[in-house]
Ligand binder design. Structure first.
Ligand SMILES: NC(=O)c1ccc[n+]([C@@H]2O[C@H](COP(=O)([O-])OP(=O)(O)OC[C@H]3O[C@@H](n4cnc5c(N)ncnc54)[C@H](O)[C@@H]3O)[C@@H](O)[C@H]2O)c1
Ligand SMILES: O=C(O)C1=N[C@H](C(=O)O)CCC1
Length: 269
């Protein structure tokens, strides 16, 4: 029996689920011990390897997290907000490191994670890539250096299957800009302009979302001044960057005290 950390992947058939499964199966630092899909999904009850179109790998896809979590050390979860809160409660009971990549979480979802983090390590980030997490620090620094004569806009583009907007990454970048400026995003957020909107509010942090085709994820933080503009940009061309970050977080969490963490903690940025 290997003593490598055993990892469960939720949303196994999803874009990120499949990426994570391949990464963990190829990893020398972790082993895949479970795969979860939602109740009624046609992968449930099937061998995971076969469901993914390859050879059998002996991992049965289940819709029962209690079964999957027993004998695991971490769960990596890129699903949907309600599902993530339900997984958090069970992961806390089982004392698993819970890595949350799910975006579109509302304030109630985030509040529901707090009691879980008293018992288990939770690492949550709207973007698990090194590049975007570094970009949040650059954004904070630029926003701190410029006054409100510079308008801040976050422009993001994603594939046509994405269900939430602004993206989790855009919100991270907006939070970083707000922090740099010493304001709260909640009080200065401006998104979804349409019709007679009136002039832009001075000091607002604006968001625009593009959805189309197979775009993996692109983010610009625009600082627009009089006669000049600064653009900080990140372009994701491969979902593997998110999966690598999530696996790193799951391993990092193994010797940490219960609590809520993000990728800045994991990456030491
Ligand atoms: N943080 C990051 O770095 C990052 C990167 C990529 C995607 N995401 C986010 O991850 C989430 C998933 O993205 P995706 O592109 O893989 O979506 P997807 O739709 O391809 O996959 C989601 C999967 O979750 C499954 N699911 C939903 N409810 C479930 C439940 N109750 N139990 C088990 N499985 C359930 C679905 O059946 C589906 O297979 C989104 O919120 C997305 O924004 C975050
Ligand atoms: O494909 C997605 O969905 C992505 N979601 C994250 C977000 O909302 O920022 C990260 C990029 C890809």
């Amino acid at each position: 029996m290997s003593d490598l950390p055993g990892i469960v992947v939720t949303g196994a058939s999803g874009r990120m689920g499949q990426m994570l499964i391949r990464l963990i199966q190829d990893s020398a630092k972790a082993r895949l011990v479970g795969a979860i899909e939602r109740e009624g999904h046609d992968w449930v009850g099937r061998d995971l390897g076969e469901a993914m179109g390859g050879a059998a790998n002996g991992v049965l896809v289940t819709d029962d997290p209690l079964v999957a979590f027993s004998g695991a050390q971490a769960v990596i979860d890129f699903t949907a907000p309600d599902a993530t809160v339900a997984f958090a409660k069970l992961a806390a009971q089982a004392r698993l490191t819970h890595v949350i990549g799910t975006t579109g979480m509302g304030v109630d979802h985030i509040a529901a994670l707090k009691p879980c983090a008293r018992h288990a390590v939770i690492v949550r980030a709207g973007n698990m890539s090194l590049g975007v997490n570094l970009l949040t620090q650059l954004t904070k620094k630029v926003a701190a250096a410029l006054d409100t004569d510079w308008d801040i806009e976050v422009i993001e583009a994603h594939h046509n299957k994405k269900v939430d907007a602004p993206s989790g990454t855009a919100l991270m970048l907006g939070e970083a800009a707000a922090e740099g400026r010493g304001i709260t995003l909640a009080e200065h957020r401006e998104s979804g302009r349409d019709g007679m909107t009136g002039a832009r509010a001075k000091g607002a942090i604006g968001f625009s979302a593009i959805r189309g085709g197979d775009i993996v994820g692109e983010h610009d933080v625009l600082f627009a001044g009089q006669g000049e503009r600064i653009v900080l940009r990140h372009i994701a061309t491969d979902r593997a960057i998110f999966a690598r970050g999530a696996l790193k977080a799951a391993l990092w969490g193994q010797d940490k005290a219960p609590g809520e963490y993000d990728m800045l903690d994991v990456l030491g940025l």
